[in-house]
Design a protein around this ligand. Structure first.
Ligand code: MN
Length: 699
């Protein structure tokens, strides 16, 4: 069901096209009629009125046929069941890519945008402009939506108008699309600042007629005459300044509306640059120039390559009038901006080089700029080499360094998302985790609670956050593995040594200096405390039964608490006597008597190996060797042995040897409970008649 208006749109669109282009456009029209069937704009018009109007505006901008077809199709991906492949198959890849780009732009969630980030979003939008035609379609889509905004609820009107002013107006300006820019600005002005808009509009409405009259009757005839006399062929027009810029001027200069004099500007268009300056001379000779009101944008173009001479003069009757002087080339560029370089009419293929030379010109034009910030901004516009702009499935924007992967993305969202990243989808398709994200990608991370970071990831991530988080996650994983391994080893040792797990844990924790059970398990698991070492600590040689008793002695190292130790065989220290520990490799701590000659040797040569230790507890019997020198007489051996027995010491071995001098040496291996017992034995024996000396034997 086509309305009359709708039909008019059709005719308007097809009117100016060649036969071949007409055919393509007709096919696109049929396609959207089918796809958007049953859909209506808020205005009540069939939905297709909107894309047809967008396409028509693109046509007026002299855009190529590909862009016009894309303009017709620009909403089918978003609003109908048509797919990228459908479009590609019917209308080619270029059209499909543009439509896809426009659709992506439409999904950008601007509504939470803080104003100070607006520049990022502008960059983002331009980042899509690997094919700038996406921007043209989007801008005209926005322009038509702004023109039909009155059908939407007020809240939406405000949101869309604000977004347009913050994002799309600066882009139109940057691309030199003056007409689109000013139209958008006035529409935004109307919705956002209704009261001020009405004020400016009323003022312009009142003064415009009178001003027009003035220009037509007094100013332009005088100017035309002078230019004619100079022999220059010029077109002289006048144009109303747009409302938004008048309002901006009152704010910028702090003046009242009544003091804005250039509501209508006069424009002189000539053939050559030389003629521009000639006309300037003529203008200044006929009217008095206002000091400080001359700008030469020909020798110093604006960043968007706008060129013209601007001057304000005092005309007849003392009124100030602004005059703009430019060539036809400059005029076309001022009206259409970058689109003016879209030389499709000259035969298609040249269009890209046109764009790039325009961009190059843009960059070159500001290289002399004293404002490095602006230079950077413009360079980025062309290059965008440092960043990619990607989206979460909810439409939130993330800015990541170029080369970033889904893993970088995952860690950017949350460490836990990164640590459990199992896979990724980009634009709905599964990609490898080392896929390099492209601007506009919609990235979805698939997580799994069992998934853990992979050491391979470090090789391809580019953000330092991801790198650091992966490293620490890997460390933690290794730790967990070792602790688990340690737990297994402990069980094994506990059953092999026939010791309870708790005993083993307690002793080993102390022995290794581990702070807690987990740390001990880590030491065991990683092999820093070896099985062999544990065996050597607990396996006692079976042939020395008495030593088992000695193990029950508990020593205390200064400041270090209880320690595992061995009592030295050479001196067999006794509980209660002054002792020292000697650190010996492989044997642990060997405990010597203070009087031991071996200890003396170590103390003298390796004092750093000697530690002071104290007895804390002692049980059982301890060996000690003594040697007696006696005058040999009948019964003396019996008397000595009975004395020893009476004191409660055991004799485990006794040897006697008579000396030629008539004396004898008696060697006894005794067992006593403590050093005090030994002293008692020695003291008592010394009192036995015939005993010359009693000595402890060491070494
Ligand atoms: Mn649209």
């Amino acid at each position: 069901m086509k309305t009359l208006l709708h039909k008019k749109h059709y005719e308007k669109l097809l009117k100016d096209l060649g036969e071949e282009d007409k055919e393509r456009v007709k096919r696109a029209l049929e396609f959207i009629e089918e796809k958007h069937a049953g859909q209506y704009r808020k205005s009540g018009e069939p939905y297709t009125a909107h894309p047809i109007e967008v396409a028509h505006m693109l046509l007026e901008l002299d855009m190529d046929i590909t862009t016009i077809v894309a303009g017709l199709l620009h909403d089918v991906l978003e609003d109908t069941d048509a797919t990228y492949d459908d479009i590609k198959e019917r209308f080619g890849k270029e059209v499909a890519d543009i439509v896809e780009g426009v659709t992506k732009l439409g999904k950008i969630n601007f509504k939470d945008t803080e104003v100070h980030k607006a520049e990022n979003y502008r960059k983002l939008v331009l980042a899509f402009s690997k094919d700038l035609r996406v921007i043209f379609v989007k801008l005209l889509d926005r322009l038509h939506n702004m023109k039909t905004l009155n059908h939407l609820p007020v809240e939406k009107q405000l949101r869309i108008a604000r977004e347009t002013l913050e994002i799309y107006v600066p882009i139109a300006n940057r691309l030199g699309l003056w007409k689109i820019k000013t139209e958008l600005e006035d529409l935004c002005f109307m919705y956002l600042y209704r009261r001020e808009y009405e004020e400016v509009k009323n003022f312009v409405g009142k003064s415009r007629k009178e001003l027009e009259e003035y220009l037509k009757r007094f100013f332009i005839p005088r100017l035309r005459e002078a230019i004619g006399q100079a022999g220059i062929n010029a077109t002289i027009t006048y144009r109303p300044k747009h409302l938004f810029s008048i309002w901006q001027k009152t704010i910028r200069k702090g003046i009242r509306l009544e003091d804005v004099h250039d509501i209508l500007g006069v424009r002189v268009i000539v053939g050559t640059v030389q003629e521009c300056y000639l006309v300037l001379g003529v203008v200044h000779s006929v009217f008095t120039p206002v000091p400080g009101k001359f700008d030469d944008y020909i020798s110093l173009p604006k960043p968007n390559l706008y060129q013209s001479l601007h001057t304000t003069v005092i005309g007849p009757k003392g009124r100030m009038v602004e005059v703009q002087i430019r060539t036809w080339d400059m005029h076309e560029r001022a009206e259409k901006g970058i689109a003016a370089h879209w030389a499709y009419k000259e035969g298609g293929r040249a269009k890209d080089s046109g764009i790039y030379s325009w961009l190059r010109g843009l960059v070159e034009s500001i290289q002399g700029s004293k404002n490095p910030q602006e230079l950077m901004e413009n360079l980025k516009l062309e290059l965008f080499s440092e960043e990619v702009f990607v989206f979460t499935p909810k439409g939130d924007l993330l800015v990541l360094p170029k080369g970033a992967t889904p893993v970088d993305f995952a860690y950017h969202i949350h460490t836990e998302v990164g640590n459990h990243c199992a896979g990724a989808k980009v634009n709905g398709r599964i990609v490898p985790l080392n896929y390099k994200l492209q601007s506009g990608d919609m990235v979805e991370i698939i997580t799994s609670p069992n998934k853990r970071p992979n050491a391979e990831w470090i090789k391809f991530v580019v953000t330092s956050k991801a790198k650091n988080k992966i490293k620490s996650a890997l460390k933690e994983l290794e730790r967990e593995r070792y602790v688990e391994l340690g737990r297994e080893k402990l069980e094994l040792l506990s059953s092999k040594l026939n010791l309870s797990r708790e005993t083993l844990l307690e002793v080993l924790t102390k022995e290794s200096g581990a702070k807690n059970e987990e740390e001990l398990l880590l030491l065991l698991g990683s092999g820093r405390v070896s099985k062999e070492r544990v065996y050597s600590l607990f396996k006692k040689p079976k042939e020395h039964k008495e030593k088992e008793e000695r193990l029950e002695d508990v020593l205390n190292m200064d400041g270090l608490g209880s320690v595992l130790h061995n009592l030295a065989e050479c001196c067999t220290p006794l509980p209660g006597e002054e002792i020292f520990g000697v650190i010996s490799r492989g044997k642990g701590l060997m405990v010597h008597s203070k009087d031991c000659p071996n200890l003396q040797y170590v103390l003298k040569n390796f004092p750093e190996k000697v530690l002071r230790v104290n007895w804390t507890r002692s049980e059982g019997l301890h060996p000690v060797k003594i040697r007696l020198l006696v005058r040999d007489r009948v019964g003396i051996l019996a008397e000595v042995t009975s004395t020893i027995a009476k004191l409660g010491a055991n004799i485990t071995e006794a040897r006697t040897k008579s000396l030629p001098s008539g004396s004898a040496i008696m060697d006894f291996n005794l067992q006593v409970r403590s050093y005090a017992d030994f002293l008692k034995v020695r003291e008592t024996l010394q009192k036995v008649e015939g005993v010359e000396s009693v000595e402890r034997v060491m070494g």
